[in-house]
Structure formats: C-alpha cells, structure tokens
Design a protein around this ligand. Sequence first.
Ligand code: NAG
Ligand code: NAG
Ligand code: NAG
Ligand code: NAG
Ligand code: NAG
Ligand code: NAG
Length: 449
Amino acid sequence: MKFTSAVGALGASSVLLSGVSAIQLDITSTDNIKQVAKSISANLRQYYTGDRVGDTPGNLPDPYYWWECGAMFNAFIDYWYYTGDDQYNGITTQALQHQIGDYDAFMPANQTKTLGNDDQAFWGMAAMTAAENKLPDLTDGSPSWLALAQAVFNTQKDRWDNATCGGGLKWQIFTFNNGYNYKNTISNGCFFNIASRLYKYLGNETYGTWAEQAWEWELSVGLMSADYHFYDGTDDTQNCSTINHIQWTYNAGVHMAGAAAMWNVTQNDLWKTRVKGLIDGASVFFKDNVMTEVACENNGKCDVDQRSFKAYLARWMGYTAIVAPWTRTYIDPLLQASAKAAAAQCTGGTNQTSCGLRWIDNGVNDGSFGVGEQMAAMEVIQALLYPTVSGPATQNNGGISTSNPDAGSDVPQTAVSFNAVTTGDKAGASILTIIVLVAIVAGAWWMVS
Ligand SMILES: *[C@@H]1O[C@H](CO)[C@@H](O)[C@H](O)[C@H]1NC(C)=O
Ligand SMILES: *[C@@H]1O[C@H](CO)[C@@H](O)[C@H](O)[C@H]1NC(C)=O
Ligand SMILES: *[C@@H]1O[C@H](CO)[C@@H](O)[C@H](O)[C@H]1NC(C)=O
Ligand SMILES: *[C@@H]1O[C@H](CO)[C@@H](O)[C@H](O)[C@H]1NC(C)=O
Ligand SMILES: *[C@@H]1O[C@H](CO)[C@@H](O)[C@H](O)[C@H]1NC(C)=O
Ligand SMILES: *[C@@H]1O[C@H](CO)[C@@H](O)[C@H](O)[C@H]1NC(C)=O
C-alpha cells in the first residue's frame, strides 16, 4: 500500500444529479439485493483486464496497486458466497493461483520492490475467505487456500520485531523499501485478523496467542486507543513514541472482524467488550448511520487506495454480524443506511451503475469512479445478505480446505534471492521517504480521539 495521503485528490469533478436511477435497492428483498449487487459487480469486473491474453492474471491496470487486486478478489469471493452467482470464480481462482509466488506465500518476485506486510496480507485474507467460504481448493498441485493463509501468518510472525517499540510488525518487508521504519496499524491489524480467523478455523491456540499479542502491542504503543480508535502508524526510529493520528475505516474493520472471531472462539466477556467498544469507536466514520471516509472525503483528498477503504469496513461488519450475532442490533442500522445511501448514488456511467465515492450526499453521485468506489458499494450492499448464509466454515464444521501448519517456512527473511535493487530505485525510495515524512506531518492535523 502506498502512503500518498498528502498528494491524492479526487480524480473527477463532474457532478451528476440523480434524476434517473437504474438501481432501486429494496433492503427487505433478498432477490432485489442480489440483483443490485449483480449490476454493481458487473461494473466492477469491467476494470479487470488480467484475464486477457498477454496480460498478467491478478493485476489491475494502472493506477491500481497489487494489494487492491487481492482485496478485489476477496470481494468477488464474498459476492459469490452471498449471492450464489459464481460468474467471477474463474477469474478469481486464476488470479489467486497466478500470484502465489515462488515461496507459496503471496510474495511474487514482481512485487518485491514495494511489498509491504499489508500488501501480502490482503491476498492472504482473500485466501482465508476462500477457505471460510468453501471455495474449492486448486487441484493443480498449488497449496490450499488455508495453507496460503497459514503461509502469510507464518512468514509474518517470523517478522515480528522486538528490536524497537517492544514488538510489532514493520510496514515493509525488505530493508531497502521506503516505509521500512514505519510500524503501521493496517499491517499489524491484518496480521491480527488472519491469526484470529485461523484460530477460529483450526482451534489451534498458537494463532490465538499471536492474535492476543498483536492486539496488546498495538494498545501498548498507542496505535489503538483505550476507547478503540485506530491510528495510522508510528516511526520505529523514535521507538514508536509519536503516532500519526489519522483514522481510516479499514483499520477499524480489520480489527472488528478479528475481535469478533476471537469472541466467537472464546465467548469470553473480554472479547465481547472489545468488539462492542470497536463498534462504538467506529462511530467516527458514520454520519446519520451512513459510512464516510472522514479523513479525506470532505477535503477531496482520498487517493486511489483510500477510495476503497470503506469496502473493508463494510465487509468486516458483515463478518462480525455473522460470527458474533449479538452485534446485529448495533450493526444492522449502520449497514442498512449505508447500503441504501451507497446504492442511491450508483447512477453514473453509461449503464447508470457507476458508484461515486461519497455516500452522504442524499443520492448525488460525485463523479469519482474507480475500482475502490465500485467495490465499496458492492461490499456494503452484499453484506446485507449476511443473515442468509451459514457463515465461515471451520475445520470441524464444513471446512474443505487442507491445513498445512508449516506453510511458508521456505520464505527467506531477506531479499537475497529477489531482484537486487538498483541505484535508481534507491534514489527514488529516499525521495519517497521524504514524501512520507511530509505526509505524516501533514496528516497529523486531523485527529479524533
Ligand atoms: C454496460 O453494459 C454492457 C452490456 O451489458 C456491458 O458490456 C458493459 O461492460 C457495461 N459497462 C459498464 C461500465 O458497466
Ligand atoms: C511478472 O511479470 C511478468 C512480466 O510482466 C509477467 O509475465 C508475469 O506473469 C508476472 N508474474 C506475476 C506473478 O505477476
Ligand atoms: C518478543 O517479545 C515477546 C513479548 O515480550 C516475546 O513473547 C517473544 O518471544 C519475543 N520474540 C522474539 C523473537 O524475541
Ligand atoms: C521502547 O518502547 C518500548 C515499548 O513501549 C519500551 O518497553 C522500551 O523501554 C522503549 N525503549 C527505549 C529505549 O525507550
Ligand atoms: C460462531 O460463528 C459461526 C459461524 O462461523 C456461527 O454459526 C456460530 O453461531 C458462532 N458462535 C456463536 C457462539 O455465536
Ligand atoms: C498449532 O500451530 C502451530 C503453528 O503452526 C504448530 O507448530 C503446532 O504443531 C500446531 N498444533 C497442533 C496441535 O496442531
């Protein structure tokens, strides 16, 4: 993931008023929700070209980064699970298979120069979802979905870094990459999410212990506040003593799902309090129950990555409502109002199915179109279907993906066998480091605590 919050801007400025709407969402009708999700999914799918001859399966064209492709295929797996429509399963399995990489851990050599723990984890979480939703494992000798999630977990637990800040994962995997000194919440949150879900799937305490450790560490340095707000990250050259306080929807979401999985397995009051606290803390992202990326929607500075973040809070609210059913009373009003508001503005483009970024403008489409905007609307609408599914499988309850506790153990911790970084790349990286620092300082003005 790229840190460009200070330089992003809304791509399109044309504003379309919603006179004619091709989409009418009726949240009381399962069939209607599926139809609306289908229309929006078709529009999302047309951004993807990786399945064309000569293109690379799993990649989206510029300006979309590799991590967002993993996120998009996770969305398509959930789409199939919620609606039963399997039309994207072919491109999804082809993409995941192609990006497994030499070490069977979603670390393909092409991504080495910018590979963050969060980037790897978004693909790992897609594989975890495939296992939970019972997408059949690949049959060509590739690792199982579950083994891919285990590989991401195993490689990341080995990167846990006690050298500074009392622990935590760094953002970047390789020393030569810009961002290596940043310990960020999404990387640690994704690790927590995968560990918690592996614990739920397999019941093996090792995963639960790591999930607990990641949670406690984030709290100890202040990436998470005592009242469950999640901040962007912190510089480990200063022993994590200063925090970039910008808040993003996806950080709340990634922890909500993990905490809900922890409650599901343990059913203890500690995790219940945490899940409830997280839902309450996420209220900073809702205006009249409609989700908004509050850090950048109002100033028009959401970058390409950030325009997708609401997708993940919506996705993981659906997951939370399934695995911790007592949360439904809190989550339903938020999901329903957000889905209605999102659908009401999906009126752009030739087919009147292009969704804009902002959902809080009473059906006005803001003309900001792209994978992130489209995926976010699809996720929040399909999440309404959560009461119609049985929920994530586990090894002892319907799971069909094969476990490999040792997956990922061949992955080198240094980049020795990856492409050497060139002088040009190093120069580029140091320029980017300066941009990151400026962005952190510029981002700090925006605080909610
Ligand atoms: C619009 O619909 C046509 C026909 O179904 C389809 O081929 C095209 O890809 C759609 N375009 C978008 C942007 O959804
Ligand atoms: C890496 O890049 C090459 C050249 O573009 C491409 O042929 C190959 O499929 C890519 N591999 C992956 C895993 O993306
Ligand atoms: C890092 O510190 C944690 C917590 O103190 C400890 O459990 C763990 O064993 C340490 N890990 C390493 C690799 O030293
Ligand atoms: C660095 O931070 C950790 C965790 O907050 C703390 O335990 C440790 O004492 C700090 N080290 C220094 C040198 O300040
Ligand atoms: C735990 O999650 C499963 C779905 O994976 C759900 O069926 C079950 O009811 C949940 N357990 C509790 C105690 O709510
Ligand atoms: C639990 O998982 C750990 C880490 O993968 C593994 O070493 C251990 O053998 C597993 N325990 C059982 C009982 O499967």
